[in-house]
Design a protein around this ligand. Structure first.
Ligand code: NAD
Length: 979
């Protein structure tokens, strides 16, 4: 007979039984007689207040002075007019200055500390002993988690591991008490919980093997010591991105330490794929004959998963309806308990329904109370936890220990969990839903509409990046790298008026990681051929300009399709041709697709004439026509995306385009043109004309039959092109339009309210991503206030920890710079930096190929060339500013105005910087590179460029002449449409 045939009845009776065993007390978080309860109640009613309060709680521990606490209290809450009296009175007094700073700060800090102490057992293991001891006296086990800052360097990872090793000693001392408990026949047990991301600073699924190996090596000493001390180790589960890695590390550690007795791992049932993972782990444990603990949780990173995966355009890995997670939790609980002979089930939930379900299933399966356990988070659902213990179930409490700052992420997760609309605790304690409603089976909950967005909600969507945490994508990339390598040395022709032209003179495209490798030999145009290309383009334009905008838009979509088909190969090509990492290369290819998709949609809108005014007897129309023949001149650093943006814009607006790629990335350029030809673009409309910039480039720019120039590159070349294009020659019929995107000397400001974890990581990524060879890269960091020392030290350590080498190997975060000239230029600036300032870091790299490690200089005069010139390499200047105004003055102290950034949690500073920072693209609390088409349209002003932003709504207008027509539609006093 089905053991579960009367399961639901059993669940309900278990629930009633456990409920009856509970000592009814309201936790202070929900107790409205207490100030904490009143504030939380306001949080649950007002989303805006919730956001402000949680943000304030997040920033508070980093505020170094009472004055700052007072200032931030004002910034966050002075407009909080609807707040309940208790809050409003306090705020008003603070705003009026009737509360001294020290008093306001003390109240705020002690309030948040009280809140934190609900969940965090102590600032250090010694501090936490009282909590642990009290639990053990009740015969409740602990799994202790050390809260830590985000690990950004190997030094930080080492320090974290050392803290865990110390913790094991402290816990072991406690085992003396445990022995007494054991002697009394009570439930002993102590363990630690840890997150793998804290043990290897370069953890990244793209480097699967390296990440598994290095994390395993860091964890083994901890497991070994834990084994000696009889302490269990459970791996926590973090973000979805690390899920498979965590499982792999777990298995690898245990395969090496076969006798380790008490290992555990966590699975999150909000993940749609969690059943497969559970089956896999049960199968693995059975095969290895190793009884592991599986801690089943619902999952604490739901908001994060939704945000990140939606931003990337990846499938959402979590259930979006809470009922589905609850349903899955019950299903997996049954599966887990059914396999209690192979694995040890730990059911971790605060939901009485889910718990009762587990208890009922265990009973139906005949499991005794030793066969599984319940787990709770410290400070959550205490009455329920005590009731279960009282009923003789095994109970373990997950006990976080740590300082205030690292504790904030944990605290915020708990607050979100408690106050979420779907939270069981909220529903039962705050909303006071009926027992029957709360105990309803999740299976019975109606299948309401999922809030997943559908395709039609997003007319344009960015091409999702490849998810390299998936083995299949890593394998495909490896295959593509092999395929591209086999094509090394191939010859590529020019394409002029539909003819393939091979020239004697060739451009050699070399692999910057191994300059003796020739990626391709590309024919190089002469001025004579360039002249032919212009007249071919003129011929082709006669027809192309008459094609419908819709048809042209379709050609772009087809080109996007061609690029998608070769996506991995094109990315692999960039790894070899320009030294990009896998992700950077894939990002460039996706961006190329985005331009086609975005501009094709834009053209459909712009292609229809607009009617202006509404008057009888006249029809006024506003519409656009193409400019004519243009030349596109592009750089090597985004070798597909940038020229694709300019070329596709030129074509879709009805122009013919002569494309001159950079001499350092001509093979990628050839592939761009080939995609358009495969897409059915008529001959002569797009021509491929690589050649020396100073000759062929200038010849084209100065040619009287060229109508526009779209250029992206350095300031000096851009300004020269603008000057040359401004000269008109006899016979010329157009003033040339120049769209020029040029360089930058971009700054990131970090104020004294910034989240240092985020700031260090963001600056590192912005300064060293693609070796600092992005026009958007950060080359100056300005630090406001007292964080200078800490920031610079953490950044330096982080820069020392990254791996540098050929980007063919995904472990490497940095690869080579583009060529010898670039390397020499960077070296010259390094010498200047050494002479003119203080060297914080110079990391040497001894390798064949054009490698240069990161450098940081401080105490540099803001007027020095190192702080003024675009170096285009991994050199960072760090500067100090007394306040935000001084920081802005420094940031704005170059003629460039391309990108800029701010790390701050001060609403006032964010507002100020948004309005006063001179930068075309401003980024707040995120890296300053990686602009996406349609989301962060890209381009600067000042000496960083002229023209509208690439990937933005005005861009295409630059490639067309606007026209207006006015027709008199009245004949002899009669006009259509007059009533
Ligand atoms: P570059 O200026 O040396 O070359 C750009 C292009 O111009 C190449 O195709 C080159 O062959 C051509 N060229 C060179 N001299 C020429 C001349 N006299 N007449 C006509 N064409 C000529 O730049 P690069 O080294 O290829 O690229 C790096 C630069 O590009 C950096 O300054 C970077 O900031 C800038 N960049 C800007 C953006 C942006 O959107 N603002 C984007 C990427 C790169």
């Amino acid at each position: 007979m089905d053991p579960y045939h009367n399961l639901e009845d059993k669940v309900q009776s278990k629930a009633a039984f456990i409920d009856a065993a509970m000592v009814k007390e309201i936790p202070s978080l929900f107790d409205q007689r207490k100030w904490l309860g009143r504030i939380m109640s306001w949080v649950m009613q007002d989303e805006r207040f919730k956001v402000r309060l949680f943000r304030f709680i997040d920033v508070l521990p980093s505020l170094k002075s009472d004055e700052m606490v007072l200032r931030l209290l004002n910034e966050y809450f002075s407009e909080e007019l609807d707040a309940p009296l208790i809050i409003r009175h306090g705020i008003e007094r603070i705003a009026k200055g009737t509360v001294p700073a020290f008093a306001a700060a003390r109240i705020a800090r002690s309030g948040v500390e009280t809140l934190a102490s609900q969940f965090i057992a102590g600032r250090n293991p010694g501090d936490a002993l009282a909590v642990i001891e009290a639990l053990m006296k009740k015969s409740i086990s602990c799994s202790i988690d050390l809260l830590g800052e985000v690990v950004l360097s190997e030094r930080e990872a080492g320090a974290y591991a050392a803290r865990y090793l110390d913790l094991l000693d402290t816990v072991h001392d406690k085992l003396l008490i445990q022995e007494e408990i054991r002697a009394a026949g009570l439930n002993p047990g102590a363990g630690i919980s840890l997150k793998i991301s804290s043990f290897y600073s370069q953890l990244d699924p793209v480097d699967w093997e390296g990440s598994v190996e290095k994390t395993k090596n860091a964890l083994i000493p901890i497991f070994e010591k834990a084994a000696r001390k009889g302490i269990g180790v459970t791996l926590d589960m973090e973000h979805y991105l690390f899920k498979d890695l965590t499982i792999a590390v777990f298995k690898n550690v245990l395969e090496e330490l076969r006798d380790f007795p008490f290992a555990g791992i966590t699975l999150q049932t909000y993940l749609k794929g969690s059943r497969d993972d559970l089956l896999d782990l049960i199968g693995w444990a059975g095969e290895k004959k190793k009884r592991i603990t599986i801690r089943l949780v619902k999952g604490a990173y739901w908001d994060h998963e939704i945000i990140v995966n939606r931003q990337k355009g990846w499938p959402i890995p979590v259930f979006q309806r809470k009922e589905d997670t609850d349903r899955n939790f019950e299903d997996l609980t049954s599966l887990l308990l059914e396999n209690a002979g192979i694995v040890y089930p730990a059911i971790a939930t605060h939901n009485l329904r889910s718990l009762s379900h587990a208890a009922a299933v265990a009973e139906l399966l005949g499991l005794d109370s030793e066969g599984f356990e319940f787990q709770f988070l410290n400070g959550m659902a205490v009455p329920l936890r005590n009731a279960l213990r009282g009923l003789d179930y095994r109970v373990t409490v997950y006990t976080p220990v740590g300082e205030f700052i690292p504790g904030m992420a944990y605290l915020i997760r708990r607050l979100l969990e408690n106050t979420a609309n779907e939270s069981f605790l909220r529903k039962s304690l705050f909303e006071k839903r009926s027992f029957g409603e709360l105990m309803r089976s999740p299976g019975q909950v109606g299948n309401g509409p999922s809030n997943e967005k559908t395709e039609k909600d997003f007319p344009f969507r960015n091409e999702p990046p490849l998810d390299f945490s998936k083995a299949v994508n890593r394998e495909k990339m490896r295959y593509a790298l092999g395929k591209v390598k086999k094509e090394f040395g191939r010859k590529y022709s020019l394409s002029v008026g539909g003819r393939e032209i091979r020239t004697e003179s060739e451009m050699l495209s070399l692999n910057p990681a191994a300059p003796d490798q020739v990626v391709g030999r590309v024919s190089s145009a002469s001025e004579k051929i360039a002249g032919e290309a212009v007249s071919e383009a003129r011929k082709a334009w006669a027809t192309w300009r008459m094609t419908s905008p819709d048809h042209r838009a379709i050609i772009l979509l087809r080109a996007a399709h061609e690029i998608r088909k070769k996506r991995l190969e094109l990315a692999a090509l960039q790894v070899y041709e320009v030294g990009k990492t896998w992700r950077e290369a894939d990002g460039d290819v996706s961006e190329a697709v985005d331009y086609c998709e975005y501009y094709s949609r834009q053209m459909k809108e712009l292609g229809t004439a607009r009617r202006l005014g509404d008057y009888p007897g006249e029809t006024n129309e506003y519409f656009y026509e193409p400019r004519g023949v243009g030349v596109v001149i592009s750089p090597w650093n985004f070798p597909l995306a940038i020229p694709m943006g300019m070329v596709s814009a030129g074509l879709v607006t009805g122009n013919c385009v002569i494309f001159k790629p950079s001499g350092l990335s001509p093979v990628t350029g050839w592939n761009l043109v080939s995609a358009f030809h495969s897409a059915g673009l008529p001959e002569g409309v797009l021509q491929f004309l690589p050649g020396p910039g100073g000759e062929v480039g200038e010849y084209l720019v100065s040619h009287p039959d060229i109508d526009f120039i779209a250029f992206t590159g350095s300031k000096d070349v851009g300004l020269r092109i603008i000057r040359l294009a401004g000269e008109t020659v006899p016979g010329q019929r157009n003033v040339k339009k120049v769209v020029a995107e040029m360089g930058g000397k971009n700054a990131v400001i970090i104020d004294d309210t910034a989240d240092l974890d985020e700031a260090v990581r963001g600056v590192l990524e912005s300064a060293l991503g693609y070796q600092g060879q992005k026009c958007s890269a950060c080359s100056r960091t300005i630090i406001v206030g007292g964080m200078f020392g800490e920031f610079v030290d953490r950044l330096k350590q982080a820069m020392e920890s990254i791996l540098i080498g050929p980007t063919e190997d995904p472990a490497n975060f940095m690869g080579p710079v583009i060529d010898k000239a670039a390397l020499e230029k960077i070296m010259r600036y390094k010498e200047t930096g050494k002479k003119e300032g203080k060297t914080v870091l110079i990391r040497e790299v001894q390798r064949q190929g054009y490698y240069v490690g990161p450098s940081i200089f401080s105490d540099i005069d803001p007027g020095s060339p190192v702080a003024q010139d675009e170096i285009f390499g991994p050199i960072l200047v760090v500067m100090r500013a007394e306040d935000i105004d001084k920081a802005l003055e420094m940031a704005n102290g170059t003629p460039y105005a391309l990108t800029g950034g701010l790390y701050s949690r001060s609403p006032a500073n964010i507002r100020k910087v948004k309005s006063e920072f001179r930068a075309g693209n401003l980024y707040i609390n995120r890296p300053i590179t990686g602009a996406l088409v349609g989301r962060q349209p890209f381009g600067g002003y000042g000496l960083s460029g002229v023209g509208s932003k690439a990937g933005g709504p005005d861009y295409l207008l630059q490639f067309m002449n606007p026209k207006s027509s006015s027709e008199n539609t009245s004949r002899k006093g009669f006009a259509p449409g007059v009533m």
